[in-house]
Design a protein around this ligand. Structure first.
Ligand code: 4NP
Length: 150
C-alpha cells in the first residue's frame, strides 16, 4: 500500500486490508510505504489513528517508512493510492518494467478511470472518515479480485 507520506492513506489501507484478510482466512503479507521521506520514522497522522480507533483498529504502532526499489521485488502487487503517487513510484523504482506490479487502488471500484483516494491530509476529520470508508470498500473488492485471479 503506497501513498505520499505513509501517515494517512496507506497505513489506513494496510490495517484495513490486514483485518479483511484475517477474516477471510488468508495469510498474505501486507505492508505500507510512502514515496516521500518527510514523515519517515514517525507515527501515523493523529487523525488517521483516531478514525481507525473509532472503527476498532489500532494504528498507534505504525512507523512511517519510504518506499524502496527492493519493495518492487518483494511484493507481487503494489497498490498506488493516487495518480501523483504512481508518478513518484516510477521515480523510485528506476526499472520501468517493474511498474507492471503497480495497480491503482481505486481501480477495484472504478476500473479504467485512474481515480485517486482523495488526500485527507489538508482537510478535517470528516475527510478521514470518508477516506477510511472508501478504502474499506476497495479492500473488500480487491480481495475478491485477487482471489479470482489466483
Ligand atoms: P498520505 O498523506 O500520503 O495519505 O500519507 C500525506 C501526508 C503528508 C504529505 C502529503 C500527503 N506531505 O506532503 O507531507
Amino acid at each position: 500500500m503506497v501513498c505520499l507520506g505513509n501517515i494517512c492513506r496507506s497505513p489506513i489501507a494496510e490495517v484495513i486490508f490486514k483485518k479483511k484478510l484475517l477474516e477471510a482466512g488468508l495469510s498474505w503479507t501486507v505492508r505500507s510505504a510512502g514515496t516521500n521521506r518527510y514523515h519517515k520514522g514517525g507515527p501515523a497522522d493523529a487523525r488517521a489513528i483516531e478514525v481507525c480507533r473509532g472503527k476498532g483498529m489500532d494504528l498507534s504502532a505504525h512507523i512511517a517508512r519510504r518506499l524502496t526499489p527492493a519493495d518492487f521485488d518483494q511484493y507481487d502487487v503494489l497498490f498506488s493510492m493516487a495518480a501523483d503517487v504512481t508518478e513518484e513510484m516510477q521515480g523510485i523504482v528506476g526499472d520501468e518494467s517493474k511498474m507492471s506490479r503497480v495497480r491503482g487502488f481505486m481501480d477495484a471500484l472504478y476500473p479504467g478511470q485512474a481515480r485517486s483516494v482523495p488526500d485527507p491530509w489538508y482537510g478535517g476529520a470528516q475527510g478521514f472518515v470518508e477516506c477510511w470508508e472508501l478504502i474499506e470498500r476497495a479492500s473488500e473488492r480487491w480481495i475478491e479480485i485477487l482471489r479470482a485471479e489466483g
